[in-house]
Write a protein of this length. Structure first.
Lengths: 560, 38
């Protein structure tokens, strides 16, 4: 990185942190600190909701996903707009009417304190680990590609987030997120423009899309039904709907964003905007990845994008084998380059397309052999290099200044998702655990102080977890999917709460435990794609709660 | 805290329908996009 890049990066991050602290100054009441006094307009709600979901991994890994697997990942988001409509009709009016601070507060009104506490604890476990991952994953990728110290990178990002989140609360989080999202999206747009402008003169925009399409990267919609395929129209619509309902309806990191809306209308409009814009936004980010893929059909890519593992294997006993694979890779690249140029000139030639596809298959199997070699050399290595594709492109091809801006945009995304996480963890810890179960009777201002310390405490937890995460090995994969272990159950609890009035607290508790058992069985003993675990948890949770309730003695009706 | 009509399209029902229609249109466009370039 050059001094100009450092200057842009430092100035952007400093501006965001100072802006957050300034926006969130003088927070004295709990409603002010945790819900920004419920004064936010729809556009702040909308951008804050979107920025919470769009972590740095969205901007780092999603383009890489398009590079290796095509654009089909966009189908994961197809259920989201439907979920936004359902939540606008159901959850938003209930949460607003009851003036709750957290989604779990409502569960005590509907069931009892046990269900509220269980759900709050499920949230704290999954969101605590999830927030640590939003800090760890980008720090790992950035530090590997740039050669930075991962501990220092984690500490700096974590400390900056804690600084403005703890001092400024929800107001600081929401306002900074609007700017962070815009910076991140601008960075992606710049990267895409540069990828397209760097193509050979004879390759226009439509030619580039055609090359991507013929090589399997424009596979946006797939209507085939297959339970073991992670991304198709059906898993996206139904599995994605469940995930989105659970995430936006029961996860405090999202609920807290739209609880800040000044009125039901403002909150609903925020969600509707998200429902309209999210799918095209993901399409855009994946399209950037597809264009980076096309760029690397004309500029030689490395055999593996993971620089550390690449160097490790080059200096190992497998060096000569790796060099042979690199030579084959170079030969395939030259042949692919020629074929792609020919395709731009003769777009209707079936022969060229076939040649290109067969070369792509050879390249994929060569890359697979390289991954196997990397893993053979270091069994603990993350042989998949998807996460490193986009950052490698940025570092090697963007001009001075823009590299700094792109890095700033990635850090902004990491900070915004982490800030929402910390903010919601503190809210739930204070409102659902500390204030409800442990230490009643403090003044409002004292709870603000406790909330600030909770934010710091959760921030320190996430930093420590992130610092030691690389020692967890394959556990990290499980942590990445931890949301899908709990979301189905959490959604079942809320669906029953909203729609099945005859089910009471004890039956719901049993239903939740049975649902968790079913999800764990699916994860351990079937090859079901993880997106479906959410559906299983939700369906089993609802059915089990209803069945258990049928066998419970009828409760004495309360006096009206 | 009031639940007014939305600022566009006259009613929430219309707005929800518009969001779902937009989703349907996106699926159709994505499908055509896939068919055209794959």
């Amino acid at each position: 990185m050059r001094p100009a890049d450092w200057a842009v990066l430092a100035a952007t991050l400093a501006a965001i942190v100072l802006y957050g602290m300034w926006k969130g100054r003088r927070q004295r009441r709990l409603e002010q600190y945790l819900l920004a006094d419920r004064q936010m307009q729809w556009y702040t709600v909308a951008l804050s909701v979107m920025a919470t979901q769009a972590s740095a991994i969205t901007f780092l890994s999603t383009p890489g996903q398009a590079y290796t697997d095509g654009m089909r990942f966009v189908q994961f988001y197809l259920g989201l707009p439907v979920a936004m409509v359902i939540l606008s009709i159901t959850a938003v009016p209930i949460y607003h009417r009851l003036k709750v601070f957290t989604a779990y507060e409502y569960l005590e009104t509907r069931f009892d304190v046990r269900v509220r506490t269980l759900t709050a604890l499920l949230f704290l476990v999954q969101r605590g680990l999830g927030t640590a991952m939003t800090l760890y994953a980008p720090a790992l990728i950035v530090s590997l590609v740039l050669g930075w110290n991962i501990h220092l990178t984690t500490l700096v990002i974590g400390a900056l987030v804690i600084l403005y989140t703890a001092t400024g609360g929800t107001k600081a989080v929401s306002w900074t997120q609007t700017h962070q999202l815009l910076i991140s999206l601008s960075g992606m747009a710049i990267a895409m423009i540069i990828a397209i402008r760097s193509l050979p003169e004879s390759v226009g925009f439509v030619d580039a899309v055609r090359v991507a399409g013929r090589m399997g990267r424009i596979n946006v919609i797939d209507f085939s039904f297959d339970l073991s395929t992670p991304y198709n129209f059906w898993s996206g619509l139904f599995g994605g709907l469940m995930v989105a309902l659970a995430y936006f309806g029961t996860d405090q990191s999202q609920v807290q964003r739209y609880l800040t809306g000044e009125t039901i209308t403002q909150s609903r409009l925020g969600l509707m905007f998200n429902g309209l814009v999210k799918v095209p936004m993901q399409f855009f980010i994946l399209f950037v990845g597809a264009m980076v893929f096309v760029f690397y059909q004309f500029v030689a890519p490395p055999l593996s994008f993971n620089p550390v593992q690449r160097e490790k294997v080059r200096t190992s006993q497998y060096a000569s084998e790796f060099t042979r694979l690199e030579q084959t890779h170079a030969e395939i690249f030259e042949a692919k380059r020629a074929a792609a140029l020919e395709l731009a000139e003769n777009p209707d030639s079936a022969g060229i397309t076939q040649r290109l596809q067969s070369l792509q298959e050879r390249d994929a199997s060569n890359r697979k052999a390289a991954s196997a070699l990397i893993r053979k050399n270091d069994p603990k290595a993350d042989a998949a290099d998807t996460d490193y594709v986009f950052l490698t492109f940025v570092m090697q091809n963007l001009p001075t200044g823009l590299v700094g801006l792109l890095l700033a945009s990635i850090f902004c995304a990491a900070m915004s998702a982490t800030a929402s996480g910390l903010n919601s963890l503190a809210s739930t810890s204070v409102v659902d655990i500390a204030k409800r179960l442990l230490s009643r009777g403090h003044t409002d201002h004292e709870y603000v102080v406790i909330s600030k310390w909770m934010t710091v405490g959760w921030g320190v937890f996430c930093i420590l977890f992130a610092l030691y995460a690389n020692q967890l090995g394959s556990l990290i994969v499980a942590v990445n999917r931890v949301g899908s272990f709990f979301y189905g159950t959490m959604l079942a609890i809320f669906l029953v709460a909203f729609y099945i009035q005859r089910v009471h607290g004890t039956a719901m508790l049993w239903g939740a435990l049975i649902a968790e058992g079913a999800v764990i069985l699916c994860a351990l003993y079937t090859d079901m794609a993880w997106l479906w675990w959410n559906v299983v948890g939700c369906v089993v949770g609802v059915v089990a709660a209803v069945v258990v309730q049928a066998f419970m003695p009828k409760a004495t009706p309360l006096s009206s | 805290m009031t639940d007014d009509k939305p600022p566009i399209l006259g009613s929430w029902r219309n707005l929800y329908t518009a969001v779902l229609l937009a989703l349907a249109a996106e699926v159709v466009l994505f499908y055509l996009f896939t068919r055209s370039f794959a």
